[in-house]
Design a protein around this ligand. Structure first.
Ligand code: B12
Ligand SMILES: *[C@@H]1O[C@H](CO)[C@@H](O)[C@H](O)[C@H]1NC(C)=O
Ligand SMILES: *[C@@H]1O[C@H](CO)[C@@H](O)[C@H](O)[C@H]1NC(C)=O
Ligand SMILES: *[C@@H]1O[C@H](CO)[C@@H](O)[C@H](O)[C@H]1NC(C)=O
Ligand SMILES: *[C@@H]1O[C@H](CO)[C@@H](O)[C@H](O)[C@H]1NC(C)=O
Ligand SMILES: *[C@@H]1O[C@H](CO)[C@@H](O)[C@H](O)[C@H]1NC(C)=O
Ligand SMILES: *[C@@H]1O[C@H](CO)[C@@H](O)[C@H](O)[C@H]1NC(C)=O
Ligand SMILES: *[C@@H]1O[C@H](CO)[C@@H](O)[C@H](O)[C@H]1NC(C)=O
Ligand SMILES: *[C@@H]1O[C@H](CO)[C@@H](O)[C@H](O)[C@H]1NC(C)=O
Ligand SMILES: *[C@@H]1O[C@H](CO)[C@@H](O)[C@H](O)[C@H]1NC(C)=O
Ligand SMILES: *[C@@H]1O[C@H](CO)[C@@H](O)[C@H](O)[C@H]1NC(C)=O
Ligand SMILES: *[C@@H]1O[C@H](CO)[C@@H](O)[C@H](O)[C@H]1NC(C)=O
Length: 449
């Protein structure tokens, strides 16, 4: 096809001539991070039943590093089932989103992509879109948003596509960027991301310089069109703004201006306060940009490093004869045990502890080197805000501002009456439950305190 030797050199030359560091992102800073909580919480609490249609949500959870294993598992399971059961019917964009979600940030689902040859199947669907354009007056089977998603996934996951078709069909003048003469910002943004990926992979793909020039021109032109749809910091409308921001991050210096960034964030925060993001998909499409990520980061090895987790702060004390207090920061969704670990890291002497695995999870056996003992009828009691917990250290999810305690029971001053009843049990867990049941009588036996 082409002389293979000189091309990498030409690629290098052009690379150095183009202002290539167009990577100015605009993300929410630490102080304002809490403003994103409504979006994140809504995504975490929503009802997900629709399989592949939630691929966008899984993609975002992984890309921005929101860790929730059970939710991830549920979504990934549903997506895989859908792909298995209706692979042929899936549109190019659906399969592309499925691959992006399953393959995001080096997770075990990658095997499913390879095992099922999803990338080459996507290549076929992309090819079918192009064939349809050739025979149907330039109309794809779906739309250019989906063609762009497909191209993006093919590019990121090393699939094959015809670069000639790309340069032919993705010219900014193509009618498919428009709906009723209106430039579709969502579509243009997705195309910019896909074309930028193609462009960045030029050395691997041994792209000709003229092709590279064209593609550079396409992304620059599309980025301009997106900017010309800007008002009050939004591009198109609020629902296209997240993906437009991603496109501008990788293809323009729009956000070099701090004022531009602040204007966008201010309007987005206002829209959040107006509850504009009541659908998980709407939140999923804007969060990556707000956290400084783009879909091009999906295959970056440091993808979910530096995860943008929500932190909470809790008080923790160990009460023996004296009380040792501390305050620790843990991730939202952490359990009591995580707090104990965080405290131990702060001061090993005061907060070291040991646990023993039991059928109900980790059972705390010692704190500060002081071991509770069944034969002495002592145990370590867990409390939150003064109330003994009804779950173990490995299960109890702590809340921001909680006042957590672990106390050596019985405390030196406590009445010996509280200790009776547990004598015959030598099993620590059962003992704890018996002792506990006397602190919390069964409903109806006593007046509630
Ligand atoms: C392409 C597109 C269309 C095409 C769809 C047909 C086609 N030619 O493929 C057209 C132009 C017809 C269209 C129509 C509408 N669209 Co539209 N559309 C898109 C776009 C750019 C891509 C969708 C896509 O292919 N996704 C990828 C595939 C894999 O996902 P999918 O779920 O299988 O996609 C299907 C649905 O998205 C559906 N669809 C498209 N738009 C809408 C809108 C709504 C409300 C619903 C329920 C479904 C739907 O069509 C897709 C193809 O089958 C998105 C942009 C985005 N950010 O998602 C906007 C987008 C989803 N559309 C939007 C809107 C508002 C509409 C309309 C309500 C506009 C109107 N005033 O009539 C109508 C839908 C009316 C109806 N019949 O129910 C909004 C939704 C905002 C929101 N919060 O709900 C988006 C986000 C654009 C935006 N930034 O405003 N749309
Ligand atoms: C964070 O951004 C807001 C504007 O959105 C700004 O007012 C604030 O000073 C910034 N905080 C820090 C710590 O940079
Ligand atoms: C989720 O679905 C269940 C059952 O379908 C329903 O009871 C519940 O209210 C739904 N929750 C939300 C947040 O929509
Ligand atoms: C994790 O996701 C599940 C749904 O699978 C949800 O019920 C739970 O509240 C989420 N956890 C957190 C800490 O948000
Ligand atoms: C480029 O191609 C390689 C393999 O050819 C792939 O691993 C990578 O994710 C692609 N994308 C980018 C943006 O480098
Ligand atoms: C990409 O595909 C080529 C063959 O098309 C292969 O040689 C190469 O190892 C692949 N790279 C990755 C990162 O998968
Ligand atoms: C792209 O190329 C066209 C002509 O081929 C030219 O008119 C236009 O200015 C170029 N756009 C950019 C942003 O380079
Ligand atoms: C988002 O904010 C813009 C600018 O203030 C406003 O025009 C628009 O109505 C808002 N959209 C929603 C859905 O709240
Ligand atoms: C990968 O992500 C890191 C951190 O976000 C960034 O510094 C680096 O440039 C990215 N690499 C690529 C190839 O995009
Ligand atoms: C959360 O806490 C960890 C350390 O505990 C810290 O590295 C990270 O920056 C914090 N994140 C936020 C958003 O405050
Ligand atoms: C608490 O103090 C009492 C009396 O001062 C002492 O006998 C006991 O050993 C102490 N308990 C612990 C766990 O240090
Ligand atoms: C731990 O706490 C003890 C008692 O308050 C104190 O003497 C020691 O310096 C602390 N250690 C660290 C590492 O802070």
């Amino acid at each position: 096809m082409r002389p293979p030797r000189q091309l990498p050199l030409m690629g290098l030359l052009f690379f150095s001539l183009i202002p290539s560091q167009l990577c100015q992102i605009c993300k929410v800073n630490k102080t304002d991070f809490r403003c994103l909580e409504p979006l994140i919480n809504m995504m975490l609490k929503a009802n997900y039943t629709k399989g592949i249609q939630n691929a966008n949500v899984l993609l975002t959870l992984r890309l921005v590093g929101i860790k929730n294993q059970s939710l991830e598992q549920q979504l990934s399971q549903q997506i895989k089932e859908d792909i298995n059961s209706k692979e042929m019917e899936l549109t190019s964009g659906q399969l592309a989103l499925g691959i992006l979600a399953l393959g995001a940030c080096e997770n075990p689902d990658e095997e499913f992509i390879h095992g099922d040859h999803l990338v080459s199947k996507l290549g076929d669907k992309f090819q079918a879109e192009i064939q349809n354009m050739e025979t149907h007056d330039g109309n794809p089977l779906t739309n250019y948003y989906q063609l762009s998603l497909a191209l993006l996934a093919l590019c990121l996951f090393n699939g094959s596509y015809s670069i000639t078709s790309v340069t032919y069909y993705f010219t900014p003048e193509n009618k498919n960027y428009y709906f009723e003469d209106q430039f579709s910002v969502d579509t243009g943004a997705m195309a910019v991301l896909a074309l930028t990926c193609v462009q960045r992979n030029k050395t691997q793909r041994k792209m000709e310089a003229s092709t590279e020039d064209k593609i550079n021109n396409y992304t620059a032109t599309l980025a301009k069109k997106i900017q010309s749809e800007g008002k009050q910091g939004l591009f198109g409308n609020i629902f296209s703004t997240g993906e437009a921001m991603q496109a501008l991050f990788v293809s323009s210096d729009y956000y070099k201006s701090k004022t531009n960034c602040q204007e966008t964030l201010r309007t987005v925060f206002y829209n959040i306060s107006q509850n504009a993001f009541s659908l998980p998909i709407a939140a999923a499409q804007i969060l990556p940009a707000l956290m400084g990520k783009t879909y091009l980061d999906v295959t970056n090895t440091s993808c979910s490093h530096n995860p943008a987790t929500l932190n909470i702060s809790v008080k923790y004390s160990v009460r023996i004869n004296q009380t040792s207090h501390t305050e620790v920061t843990v991730r939202k969704g952490s359990v009591f045990l995580d707090v104990m670990k965080a405290a131990q890291e702060k001061n090993e002497t005061l907060f070291r502890f040991t646990v023993e695995e039991t059928s109900w999870g980790p059972y705390v056996t010692s704190v500060q080197g002081i071991r509770a003992s069944s034969s002495d009828r002592t145990y370590w009691q867990l409390l939150s805000n003064g109330q003994p917990l009804s779950q173990g250290a490995g299960s109890y999810v702590v809340q921001n501002g909680d006042n957590l305690e672990i106390l050596f029971f019985p405390p030196p001053t406590s009445s010996p009456a509280l200790q009776s009843g547990a004598e015959r049990s030598s099993c620590p867990l059962l003992r704890a439950l018996i002792v506990n049941s006397q602190i919390h009588p069964c409903p109806g036996l006593h007046e509630p305190v």
